[in-house]
Write a protein of this length. Structure first.
Ligand SMILES: *[C@@H]1O[C@H](CO)[C@@H](O)[C@H](O)[C@H]1NC(C)=O
Ligand SMILES: *[C@@H]1O[C@H](CO)[C@@H](O)[C@H](O)[C@H]1NC(C)=O
Ligand SMILES: *[C@@H]1O[C@H](CO)[C@@H](O)[C@H](O)[C@H]1NC(C)=O
Ligand SMILES: *[C@@H]1O[C@H](CO)[C@@H](O)[C@H](O)[C@H]1NC(C)=O
Ligand SMILES: *[C@@H]1O[C@H](CO)[C@@H](O)[C@H](O)[C@H]1NC(C)=O
Ligand SMILES: *[C@@H]1O[C@H](CO)[C@@H](O)[C@H](O)[C@H]1NC(C)=O
Ligand SMILES: *[C@@H]1O[C@H](CO)[C@@H](O)[C@H](O)[C@H]1NC(C)=O
Ligand SMILES: *[C@@H]1O[C@H](CO)[C@@H](O)[C@H](O)[C@H]1NC(C)=O
Ligand SMILES: *[C@@H]1O[C@H](CO)[C@@H](O)[C@H](O)[C@H]1NC(C)=O
Ligand SMILES: *[C@@H]1O[C@H](CO)[C@@H](O)[C@H](O)[C@H]1NC(C)=O
Ligand SMILES: *[C@@H]1O[C@H](CO)[C@@H](O)[C@H](O)[C@H]1NC(C)=O
Ligand SMILES: *[C@@H]1O[C@H](CO)[C@@H](O)[C@H](O)[C@H]1NC(C)=O
Length: 579
């Protein structure tokens, strides 16, 4: 039952009315304000036979649910009680006019330092489904994450059968070692980071070791009911396949936008993405258990990533007779091969916006600015007095967009921009196209001339944008889940090999393409997206594979204010952290 979601600790709801200006002309939408308090503290947890101290919200791992309805305001006070700097990103929230609340460190805000606090204050506009929050600084998000559940407005129902129950399922990635040590070591040596030890379902790694048998997630269900699973991939570096033995799913939502429902028995979900899926339980007459399993999709070299399978349980509760089937004797659902690239293309092609009169697909039909960005890995020379462990001893790994590896500034870009102190912090000459052209998915040239910089693209308010993201095969082709902050976009086309600007655009879907905030750039291929730059601010765009962000696979857009007051970035809150 949906109502059972309203948290008992829910307090201080104030009723207020907001006018959404140009978005819904003349329509006043009532929403409530929902207050949350996030205390960031250390917590000891036992996983895989060892105890580890992790950074968590309110002593919970995964973190507590943020629950709201479409149209609500959410006010979350974050208090940092750990020795690390913290910021939190509300992944997928549009943040209309509230860029100060977006969260990526040194892009929209300076970090919340030890002992300090910051109030994130934003409304949820035009979105319903599942999103999530996570730390957005270094690799802190390894353990600091949780679900954002956005219910339809009051008196509105889902455009699908009303679920009996709703259950968030968050996939995560677990290292026995401290993840800050893992990433700092990789930065130092220039090597790939040590792979994780296991994946997790709602924080639990499953029975891969004898001692971890009690660390298995179990979804308890009744027969003959429809469950809404809110799937979130919070893993750092891995895209995942997910399956439950003998069951199928109906996909109804992607990244908090409704899709045309489609059936599948195997879900693919990249870091940053969410899916709402319906699971119809069988009409079983006795207690029965099935396994659920997730493991990566990857075209990277074997041994460079965690290829383990995380197991969970689907347990039917029908009567009081305990099923004695041991978890170890149940069949593991057969997942596609780890490198099943054709499965991914097929899966992505099935996704369509619901695109009805109530939830139209507002795909920009005329385009004012076209961009072509290459995305992929590369190398930097090893500093002279060091030994490096990149692809060769003379190099360190790095990653780039249009051959520019993004350097994080030491102050927040949005503050620098707003207070007109951008000089020396960033430049606005990010190129529209790669500076050197080559066969992106063929044999790369010896020197791809990667440079470093903090470069932005400036867009006037309301510009319609088409962006082709072209994967490269430098150091091997990989799928890159690209995430744009502050926007949803439409994924209008994709293909393998090099994008052809003559023959590919006629095949774009400009009618009902899927609307997302995170889309995979196919391994050795390209994806085309469209969006309207109607949200002023500075918006980060990056691969959501965390090691690729670390290596520089990131850039930012500067969207200027429009003429109306509803089209301007509001002034920063008084408690905005300082660097
Ligand atoms: C975690 O465990 C360590 C070692 O037992 C202990 O010193 C520390 O106080 C514990 N921390 C928390 C937050 O419980
Ligand atoms: C949140 O933002 C709204 C709109 O700017 C403002 O009215 C409200 O006072 C803010 N709330 C807090 C707790 O900062
Ligand atoms: C599993 O059992 C061990 C030993 O009793 C305990 O320390 C650990 O917290 C348990 N794990 C979970 C996830 O309950
Ligand atoms: C699961 O599927 C297999 C293969 O289709 C079938 O043999 C088996 O009976 C099914 N089990 C249940 C409990 O539905
Ligand atoms: C289960 O039973 C219900 C009602 O008895 C029926 O409507 C439904 O079609 C059945 N489902 C399956 C999968 O047989
Ligand atoms: C996982 O990777 C290791 C190391 O490359 C390899 O030996 C093993 O066969 C792989 N396992 C699976 C299930 O692919
Ligand atoms: C996938 O991996 C298998 C086993 O390593 C290999 O035989 C096969 O050629 C690979 N397929 C593709 C499409 O790369
Ligand atoms: C693609 O998906 C469709 C629909 O699910 C399925 O029928 C077809 O077999 C799939 N093709 C491949 C190559 O996986
Ligand atoms: C390497 O040289 C640079 C510049 O001379 C210096 O700043 C750095 O500390 C040196 N690093 C090591 C590991 O010696
Ligand atoms: C790289 O350096 C390591 C350790 O210094 C050494 O063992 C290895 O042989 C070197 N490899 C190459 C290709 O030079
Ligand atoms: C690019 O490289 C691919 C893979 O080697 C090759 O099939 C293709 O013909 C090349 N394209 C051009 C334009 O050279
Ligand atoms: C935290 O952030 C501040 C501001 O950028 C910086 O000066 C400080 O070194 C950081 N502290 C840690 C522990 O990273």
């Amino acid at each position: 039952m949906v109502m059972s979601y309203l948290p008992s600790c829910f307090f201080g709801a104030l009723l207020f009315v907001t006018f959404f200006g140009n978005l819904y002309p003349g329509v006043a939408l009532a929403g409530v304000t929902r207050h949350y308090m996030f205390n960031i503290r250390l917590k000891n947890v036992t996983r895989l036979c060892g105890t580890k101290s992790i950074i968590a919200v309110n002593g919970k791992f995964p973190g507590p649910r943020v629950l709201a309805r479409e149209g609500d305001r959410v006010v979350i006070k974050v208090v940092n009680r750990v020795s690390n700097n913290i910021t939190i990103h509300w992944h997928g929230i549009r943040q209309l006019q509230s860029g100060w609340a977006d969260g990526p460190a040194y892009i929209t805000q300076c970090p919340i330092q030890t002992g300090q606090s910051y109030v994130y204050n934003f409304t949820i506009t035009g979105q319903r489904g599942t999103l999530w929050y996570h730390a957005h600084i270094s690799w802190i998000r390894a353990t600091l994450y949780g679900p954002i559940i956005i219910l339809p407005k009051h008196n509105e129902s889902y455009p699908f059968v009303k679920p009996y129950k709703e259950v968030p399922i968050m996939f995560g990635e677990w290292w026995k070692a401290n993840t800050e040590t893992v990433i700092n070591q990789a930065i130092q040596t220039g090597a790939g980071p040590n792979s994780s030890d296991t994946f997790t379902i709602n924080g639990l790694p499953g029975p891969s070791l004898n001692c971890s048998a009690n660390e298995t997630y179990s979804l308890k269900v009744k027969p003959g009911k429809t469950y809404l699973l809110r799937l979130i991939n919070a893993a750092l570096n891995d895209e995942l396949f997910f399956k439950i033995t003998n069951h199928t799913f109906t996909i109804v939502d992607a990244d908090a936008s409704y899709v045309k429902p489609f059936e599948t028995d195997t879900i693919f979900i990249a870091p940053g993405q969410t899916h709402n899926v319906l699971l119809k339980t069988k009409n079983l007459t006795s207690n029965t258990k099935f396994l659920m399993a997730a493991r990566p999709y990857s075209t990277a070299a074997a041994g460079t990533f965690d290829n383990t399978t995380v197991i969970g349980l689907l347990e039917y509760h029908v009567d009081n007779i305990t099923s004695n089937s041991s978890i170890n004797t149940l069949p593991v659902p057969p997942l596609p091969p780890i490198n099943a690239t054709t499965y991914i293309a097929n899966w992505t092609n099935q996704q369509r916006s619901l695109g009805n009169s109530k939830f139209p697909a507002n795909v920009p039909q005329t385009i004012q600015r076209r961009f072509f960005f290459t995305v992929g890995l590369g190398t930097n020379p090893c500093p002279k007095n060091q030994t490096c462990q990149g692809p060769t001893n003379a190099t360190k790994f790095l990653a780039s967009v249009n051959n520019i590896s993004f350097i994080m500034p030491t102050t927040a870009l949005l503050q620098a921009y707003y207070f007109r102190r951008g000089n020396g912090v960033y430049t606005t000459d990010f190129p529209n196209n790669p500076l050197i052209q080559f066969n992106y998915t063929g044999t790369p040239p010896n020197n791809t001339q990667v440079t470093n910089g903090t470069k932005l693209v400036v867009l006037p308010f309301n510009t319609t944008v088409e962006l082709v993201l072209q994967g490269t095969s430098i150091l091997g082709a990989e799928n890159h889940p690209f995430h744009l902050h502050g926007y949803n976009f439409y994924a209008v086309g994709q293909g393998s090999g090099n994008f052809n600007s003559t023959t590919d655009p006629p095949n774009f879907n400009l009618v009902d393409p899927v609307e997302r905030n995170t889309v995979g750039v196919p391994s050795g291929g390209w994806v085309a997206i469209r969006f309207r730059a109607d949200n002023p601010g500075i918006w980060f765009m990056h691969c959501h594979i965390e090691i690729h962000i670390t290596w520089g696979l990131r850039m930012a857009w500067l969207v200027m204010d429009g003429k109306l007051s509803s089209q301007r970035l509001l002034p920063p809150p008084a408690d905005l952290p300082k660097c």
